[in-house]
Each structure stands twice: as C-alpha cells, then as structure tokens.
Write a protein that binds this ligand. Structure first.
Ligand code: PXP
Length: 251
C-alpha cells in the first residue's frame, strides 16, 4: 500500500498569522494537534511536521504535543543545525527527513546539496540513526545525489517533486521530469533505499506521480490543507487516499 504522510505545517501558518504574539490566548486557533487527529481519521499513515529554524509556523511544543498523542508515525522535517538535531533527539520521531533551509524561502526550495554538505549530512544521519531514528534525505531526482545518499547510509530518500509540479500537464517538460523521477526511483531502489516523494503534489498531478515505480510514501501538505477549507480535513485526506488506492507497490 502506498502510504500518505500529511504535512500539517500550514495549519500552524494560519494560527501564526493571527496569534504569533499570543499563542496562549483563549481564542487561539486553529490547532495543529486537532488537525493531525482529523487527518488520521481520514486515513493519513503518518504526520509530517517541519519545525523550521526561524519557527515561522510549527513550534517545538506543537511537535511535542502531536508526538505524545498520535498513534501513527511522526516524520520530522528539519534543517541541518545543531539546535534542530538536539530537538530531534529529544522528540525522538520515527523518521527525520533532512531538508535544506533558507530563511528567505517561502517553502523548501530544491533538495539537499548532498555533494557540498556530504560530511555534515553523514554525521547528522549517524547521530540520528544511533538514536533509533530512520533518516530520509530530501533530494532532487539526481543520480549522483542518490549514490551519495547510499554512501551516507540513508534508509530513505524523499524525491523532490517540486520541479515536476511546476510543469504543465501533458507537456514535454512534464514527461522529462517524470523520466528523471523514474530513473532516480529505480536507482535508489536498486541501492536498497526506500523511496518517498513530496512537494507540490496535488489532487490533479498525483495521477502522473502514480506512474512512478517503487514509491513507499507521498508527503503532501499544501493541497490537502487547501482542500480542507471546502470539505474539512478528514474528507480532504480521505479524497487523496482514495486517489492513491490504485497504486501497486513494486518490489
Ligand atoms: N516534503 C518536504 C520535504 C517538504 O519540505 C514539503 C513542504 O513543506 C512537503 C513535502 C510538502 O509539500 P507541499 O506542501 O507542497 O505538499
């Protein structure tokens, strides 16, 4: 079964828009923890949270509250800072997905530069693995990066689908980006790495994503949270899960 990780960061984005300076106000809403429960009720297989260095949306206390209350695995996305490594060791999520982080970006733009940051990523991966946390690397569909992920000993990669998501349906650019993702998934799988994918996946382009081989989990945030405005989070999650049902996991 292809799993769905729901990224709930944008629930906190909405809260911060109003209550950044008064998160303990009696009026504070919406609650990321309630959102996590609602997505699980809709069939989410895991909850993904990105506690950013600049704390622009989720706060460490959100992550702690969700980790201690939900029954599904937690996937913590984080940048490579000592402060966040310490936080991950304290939180002890099931998975950590290492992502690049730039303060100016609106959302995570581009995968990790595994070549430039090889030593830091390897050291962080070992530290987290020694604490029993599975480490995933968020990388572009680049064959060199995948070989380096294998050298690092990462259990998983998350293929960055942002470039794919920015292409027009049925265009040559879409076909080319799918081919790159396909080759990357095949190489990672042949190296024994579990393949996840995420960023920019929505209710429309998921049809093309489901043509890719060897997928284990999709991490989806913005489109599910956006759809929830119309139908609620449980239904929005269930709709996405229903679209994923036809996928056959290849061994
Ligand atoms: N995976 C990673 C590593 C991300 O950084 C993000 C964005 O926070 C997502 C998945 C989800 O992307 P989107 O919100 O576009 O679905």
């Amino acid at each position: 079964m292809l799993k769905l990780g729901v990224n709930i960061d944008h629930v906190a984005t909405l809260r911060e828009a109003r209550y950044r300076d008064d998160r303990y106000s009696i009026n504070v809403e919406p609650s990321p923890k309630t959102a996590a429960d609602l997505t699980i009720a809709g069939g989410a297989d895991s909850i993904t949270m990105h506690v950013r260095e600049d704390l622009r949306h989720l706060q460490p206390e959100d992550a702690r509250a969700i980790k201690s209350s939900v029954s599904v695995p937690i996937n913590l996305e984080m940048g490579l800072t000592q402060e966040l490594i310490d936080f991950a060791l304290e939180l002890s999520p099931d998975d950590v997905c290492l992502v690049p982080e730039h303060r100016q970006e609106v959302t995570t733009e581009g995968g990790l530069n595994v070549t430039t940051n090889f030593a830091a990523i390897k050291s962080c991966t070992k530290t987290l693995q020694n604490a029993g946390i599975l480490v995933s690397l968020f990388i572009d569909p680049d064959l060199k990066a995948i070989e380096l992920a294998a050298d690092i000993g990462a259990a998983k990669i998350e293929l960055h689908t942002g470039q794919f998501a920015n292409t027009e349906p049925d265009s040559q650019a879409r076909a080319d980006s799918l081919e790159r993702l396909d080759e990357a998934a095949c190489l990672a799988h042949s190296l024994g790495i579990i393949v996840n994918a995420g960023h920019g996946i929505n209710y429309h382009n998921i049809e093309d994503i489901l043509t890719l081989p060897h997928l284990n989990e999709l991490n989806i945030g913005h489109s599910i949270i956006s759809r929830s405005i119309a139908v609620g989070l449980t239904a929005a999650t269930a709709e996405m899960k229903a679209l994923m049902e036809s996928y056959t996991v290849t061994s």
